[in-house]
Design a protein around this ligand. Structure first.
Ligand code: ATP
Ligand code: MN
Ligand code: MN
Length: 371
């Protein structure tokens, strides 16, 4: 037992970018509990604690087997008093009282429901909750509530887009986007990113990079692809963001949630995807199509590797890559570039491997980035 304990702990890094995390999770009983706690802190805008639970969950996901006793926790990174106490309770009682209490908490449940709508974040959920609204029918019946375009689409397609997207559906979408991009320029480059590129079986959306080797051409490519989808009659919703990317403004020193590349958040109509009832069965039954969320990003080719690394995820992997770059290497990494602050220079990269090499990190395959 001593030996196996040792192999569990010996070399676990506090940085997700120094761990290999597949989709196999041997510590789901703990990470599910942590996710509820993290979410609850997120709803209450207690960012530090939220991150602490996400970081702990991410570390546990990388372990080759389940944590079985208190002693095994001592040498693991990313675990604080609170996370350890929750794990201890789960080991002893099979579940956490704190998590159980949250799951039946009215505020938590309402936030969970409201934020499950596309376009609704914790701020909007809080606003609606404070107005005494508790259900979708409460919201839709309240004439004083203004829903933006994104939220309207979120409610309209709720049943479909809250249902997981399968690998087969991701493949069909790839063909559709590929066809649309190739019709514009045969040189178009399409790459799957996000969860499906990490080998996940299901996703909440499908993410692609679509660009062209011709520098500058990528900016107009995306609107043309969108236009093509519209002409096919499959564009149900489009939130397009034109590029605000400017090499002269790099490096970006403060953290920004969105990168500056041209991108769009879409809802597409996917034919031949039978919908079986579900939450909003009126929307689905007997149609032979479903609505599905698709994200497209269009970086200029000379920043392709950074965009690919940034959009492949997971979010925790990305956070730790940036944290590692800053803390361990004195570098600034984001979706656009890698900047060496000690040498005062940008480090160019053609592939993701180049970026890992610049950072002095062993290469981690996309399917090992499910942190
Ligand atoms: P899921 O299967 O649930 O979709 P996912 O890992 O694909 O999981 P996404 O939310 O689709 O999750 O995000 C994929 C990647 O794209 C993440 O690494 C995230 O950092 C990046 N990303 C998502 N939205 C943006 C954005 N607006 N700007 C920049 N990067 C983004
Ligand atoms: Mn995704
Ligand atoms: Mn996405």
């Amino acid at each position: 037992a001593e030996g196996s304990t040792h192999t569990l702990m010996a070399t676990v890094s506090q940085y997700a970018c120094q761990r290999r995390t597949t989709t196999e999770n041997n510590n789901k009983i703990f990470t599910d509990a942590f996710e509820v706690l993290a979410e609850s802190y997120e709803f209450n805008e207690i960012e530090g604690r939220c991150l602490a639970f996400r970081r702990a969950a991410s570390m546990l996901k990388s372990l080759p087997r389940a944590v079985r006793c208190l002693g095994e926790m001592q040498d693991l990174p990313c675990l604080g008093e609170h996370t350890k106490a929750v794990m201890e309770e789960i080991l002893q009682c099979g579940c956490s009282f704190e998590v159980k209490k949250l799951l039946s908490d009215e505020r938590y449940q309402t936030f969970k429901l409201f934020t499950s709508v596309f376009g609704v974040g914790p701020k909007t959920a809080d606003k609606w909750h404070r107005r005494g609204l508790r259900s979708f029918s409460d919201i839709l019946a309240d004439r004083s509530i203004h829903l933006n375009r994104m939220q309207q689409s979120g409610f309209l397609h709720y049943g479909d887009i809250s249902r997981a997207v399968s690998k087969a559906e991701a493949r069909s979408l790839r063909n559709i986007i590929d066809g649309a991009a190739r019709a514009i320029t045969p040189a178009a480059i399409l790459a799957l990113t996000g969860g499906f590129s990490r080998g996940k079986e299901f996703g909440h959306d499908v993410d692609f990079i679509v660009t062209t080797p011709e520098l500058g051409r990528e900016e107009s490519l995306l609107p043309e692809v969108i236009d093509g989808l519209k002409k096919q009659g499959i564009l149900l919703y489009c939130d397009y963001h034109a590029s605000t990317f400017d090499v002269a403004k790099l490096p970006i020193r403060r953290f920004e949630a969105m990168d500056h590349f041209a991108k769009c958040f879409l809802i597409l109509r996917l034919e031949g995807s039978r919908v079986e009832g579900g939450l909003n069965s009126a929307e689905g039954d007997g149609r032979g199509w479903r609505a599905v969320r698709v994200d497209l990003v269009s970086p200029p080719m000379d920043h392709y590797a950074f965009a690919l690394l940034g959009w492949t995820g997971s979010r925790q992997f990305e956070r730790d890559l940036r944290r590692f770059a800053g803390a361990k290497r004195g570098m600034l990494l984001d979706n656009h570039a890698l900047y060496d602050k000690t040498k005062n220079e940008f480090l160019a990269a053609e592939t993701e491997k180049d970026i890992f090499a610049h950072l002095g990190l062993e290469y981690i395959e996309p399917w090992q980035r499910n942190a």
